[in-house]
Design a protein around this ligand. Sequence first.
Ligand SMILES: [Zn+2]
Ligand SMILES: [Zn+2]
Length: 162
Amino acid sequence: MLANSVSVNQTPEDKFREYLASRVKPQRYTEQQREMVRFIFAQHDHFDTDQILEDMKASGLKISRATAYRTLAKLVDAGLLRRLQTGDKTRFEHDYGYPDHDHFHCTLCNKMIEFHLPEVDRTLSEHAKEHGFLAIRHNLIVHGTCAECTQAKTPRRLLDLI
Ligand SMILES: [Zn+2]
Ligand SMILES: [Zn+2]
């Protein structure tokens, strides 16, 4: 996990309220949505819809699946969350107030490891320039197996040889 969040002048709740109010057809900020935004932004995590529903339920918060889906889509649209495609699951994480970073994704246990390499940013923007492409941002996910899963998968005798 990356330690420091980026300082922002609005709370996620206020930013979302502003987003809802700025729609062509202004939308009401419901109590369920407010609870969900508060819950999601209490801690940085990579989660899918099922997981957030389960975690909210475990914390005594009630939200319907339909509301959760709709709210997550709106939070992405509002620039508060971003989507991460990992295998067959769409996951979400904070975008607003969180620094740019890339991910290692373990295909066995689904762990997400965050990293930020300035040299990757540099290489990508230089390469983009060669194509006359104006790079704004990227979203790099490297799929593989984490240290624990790799070790668990590797036969004992192979480890003895290393
Ligand atoms: Zn793993
Ligand atoms: Zn992340």
